[in-house]
Write a new protein. Sequence first.
Length: 93
Amino acid sequence: MKMMRLPLLLLGVLMASQGFAATAQQEKMKTCNADATAKTLKGDERKAFMSTCLKAKPATQQDKMKTCNADAGTKALKGDERKAFMSDCLKKK
């Protein structure tokens, strides 16, 4: 009987992990759908928007860092002023 517990436990864990992956996709679908509704898109225009929205990848921390660093460079910030700007910039985006 004890031998049956481990395979059943592993099967349960596997099924639960697949459920989490579906949840992330469902959240993205909800967000894109809400955006399309807010823009009152219909028909082919809505389909095109949903396709683009669902394929879009969220900005990574590295992307944020590049953007904020470029902005700080443009503003010629140095020292504590630059640190404060970078901290604020990375929190916003």
